[in-house]
Write a protein that binds this ligand. Structure first.
Ligand SMILES: [Zn+2]
Length: 469
C-alpha cells in the first residue's frame, strides 16, 4: 500500500494524491495548478497513466481540486468519478468555465501572435487550450454520486466514505478503508478543512481514529481575524456610500464567497440595518452556483434551515437581481442610483467587475469593497495598495472612489482550527502528512503539531512516494 503525492505538496494548488492498494489505483482529487511558477505542471504528462486509474474521488468543486479532470479524461481515464451531488454540480460549472477561459486565452494569444507577425510554426509550443469546454463537458457523464456517511467500494480493497468538510457546499473529507484483514488501514484525506460557525454550511466533520492522515495547511502558520464583525462593517460601508449617493462594487469569487455575502446582505436588509436598495449579482457563474445552493437545502446548517422555515432563503431576497446576459450587465453601468454590485473575477483580473470598476473608480461617491484575498500583481491588489491611477482596458483611470476591505471571510480553517480538527483523534496516527500549504506554512504547521503532540509528521515533496504499512 502506497501513496504518491502528485500535487499540493509543499505548495497550495494542484491537489492530487494517488493511492495504490494491491492492484487498485485511485486518485483523490485532480486539481489545476494556479501558482504562476507551477502552471507548467498542468501541461506535463500525468505521473501515472490515466488509463491505469480505477477511479477518482473528488473532495470538492474548487478548480485546484477538480481542474485537471478534463485533461485526465482526454488522456484516457474512463473510470468513475465519485463525489457528492453538490460537488458534482459545482465541479461541472467550474471545469466548463475553465475550459471556456482556456479556449478564449488560446484564441487571444493566436490573434496577438498574428498581429506581431509571428509564424505559428516557429513557436516552441503550439497555442492550444489546456482543454476545451467540450472536453470539460465530457466529464459530466462520468460521475457516480455518493451521500455523506455512506461507505462505498470504489475499487478492489478500497472503501471510501465522504464526510462533510464544512469548506464549501458539498465539500468532503474522505476516509478510506484500504486493504484486507489485519493489513486494513484507515486513511483520512482532509480535503480543504472548513471552519466552525460560518454561514449556511455545516461545521467540519471530525474523526476519532486514523492510521494515516493527509492534512491541508493553507493557513498552517497563522490565525484568521475574527469574523463576527462582518455584518457590522458591511452595514456601515453600505450606509456611508448610500449617504454619499454612490454605488458599491464588490469583486467576489463565484463559489461560496458570493453566497456568503448574499447571506449577510439578506440579514442586514431584513433587519432594516441597510435600506432596500437593489443587490445585483452580476456574475453568470456565481448565479449558477447560487442555483446549486437553492437545490440543496439539506446541506445547510441549523441557522440557514431556520431561515427556510420562516420562508426566507439565505441566498435569495426581494432586492436581489441576477443579470445573466452581458446586455443586462451593461444596463447596470447606466443605473445611477445607490446599489450593490457583486461581480467577478474575485481579484479583478478579468470579467464584468473590471467594467464596473472602470465606470466607478474615478468618482468619490462610489465604493470598491474587497472581501477576498488579492494576489500580488492583480488589479485588485494594485487598487488596495493605494494606487492613484490604475490601468483598465488600455486606459489610465484616476482613483477617487472609496476603497474598503473587510477581513475575516475565509473558507479555510486557520492554524488553531486545523489543530482543533486533528485534536479530535483519540490516539496518534501512524503518520500525519502535511500538504496543501506553501513550504513555510506546511513546515511551520508540522513543527507546531509535533511540539504539541509528538506525532510522527512528514511534509512530502512533489512526486514523493510513501509506503503505508
Ligand atoms: Zn477549496
Amino acid at each position: 500500500m502506497q501513496i504518491r503525492f502528485l500535487g499540493a505538496a509543499r505548495n497550495v494548488t494542484g491537489s492530487c494524491y494517488c493511492l495504490e492498494v494491491g492492484d487498485s489505483r485511485i486518485l483523490i482529487d485532480c486539481g489545476l495548478y494556479q501558482e504562476r511558477d507551477l502552471k507548467e505542471r498542468n501541461w506535463a504528462p500525468f505521473a501515472v497513466d490515466p488509463k491505469s486509474v480505477d477511479a477518482v474521488l473528488l473532495t470538492h468543486g474548487h478548480l485546484d481540486h477538480c481542474g485537471l479532470l478534463p485533461r485526465l479524461v482526454a488522456q484516457g481515464f474512463d473510470g468513475p468519478v465519485f463525489s457528492t451531488p453538490a460537488t458534482m454540480e459545482i465541479a461541472n460549472i467550474v471545469m466548463q468555465d475553465s475550459g471556456r477561459i482556456a479556449e478564449e486565452d488560446a484564441a487571444y494569444k493566436r490573434k496577438r501572435h498574428a498581429k506581431e507577425g509571428r509564424n505559428p510554426e516557429d513557436l516552441k509550443y503550439p497555442v492550444v487550450p489546456l482543454y476545451t469546454k467540450e472536453q470539460a463537458e465530457a466529464v459530466a457523464g462520468m460521475f457516480t454520486t455518493v451521500e455523506y456517511n455512506n461507505a462505498k467500494t470504489v475499487a478492489e480493497s478500497i472503501e471510501a466514505t465522504f464526510h462533510d468538510g464544512g469548506h464549501i457546499l458539498g465539500s468532503s473529507m474522505i476516509s478510506i478503508e484500504a486493504g484486507e484483514g489485519e493489513d486494513k488501514r484507515r486513511i483520512i484525506f482532509s480535503g480543504d478543512i472548513g471552519r466552525w460557525d460560518v454561514p449556511i454550511i455545516c461545521d467540519p466533520s471530525t474523526f476519532e481514529q486514523a492510521d494515516y492522515i493527509i492534512c491541508e495547511s493553507t493557513y498552517g502558520n497563522r490565525d484568521h481575524k475574527p469574523n463576527d464583525q462582518i455584518p457590522e462593517q458591511l452595514a456601515s460601508i453600505v450606509n456611508d456610500t448610500i449617504k454619499a449617493g454612490g454605488k458599491i462594487a464588490i469583486p467576489s469569487f463565484a463559489v461560496e464567497r458570493s453566497q456568503e455575502l448574499l447571506y449577510h446582505l439578506s440579514g442586514l436588509l431584513s433587519e432594516g440595518r441597510i435600506p432596500h436598495i437593489p443587490v445585483i449579482l452580476d456574475s453568470p457563474m456565481a448565479i449558477r452556483v447560487t442555483d446549486v445552493f437553492e437545490k440543496h437545502p439539506e446541506l445547510f446548517d441549523e441557522e440557514a434551515r431556520e431561515l427556510l422555515k420562516q420562508g426566507k432563503h439565505p441566498c435569495d431576497f426581494p432586492e436581489l437581481r441576477e443579470t445573466r446576459t452581458s446586455d443586462e450587465s451593461k444596463m447596470v453601468n447606466k443605473y445611477d442610483k445607490p446599489c450593490i454590485i457583486i461581480a467577478g473575477s474575485g481579484m479583478c483580473t478579468g470579467g464584468r467587475i473590471k467594467h464596473h470598476i472602470k465606470h466607478m473608480i474615478s468618482y468619490p461617491e462610489h465604493t470598491i469593497l474587497f472581501i477576498g484575498y488579492q494576489a500580488y500583481g492583480t488589479l485588485g491588489r494594485i487598487i488596495l495598495e493605494g494606487a492613484e491611477e490604475v490601468r483598465i482596458h488600455g486606459r489610465e483611470w484616476p482613483v477617487e472612489a472609496r476603497i474598503e476591505r473587510i477581513n475575516g471571510f475565509s473558507a479555510h480553517a486557520d492554524r488553531s482550527e486545523i489543530f482543533k480538527w486533528l485534536s479530535a483523534l483519540k490516539s496518534p496516527p501512524r503518520k500525519l502528512f502535511i500538504t496543501h500549504g506553501e513550504q513555510e506554512a506546511a513546515f511551520a504547521f508540522a513543527k507546531y503539531v509535533n511540539e504539541k503532540t509528538g506525532w510522527d509528521i512528514d511534509v512530502p515533496d512533489y512526486q514523493d512516494i510513501k509506503q503505508l504499512d
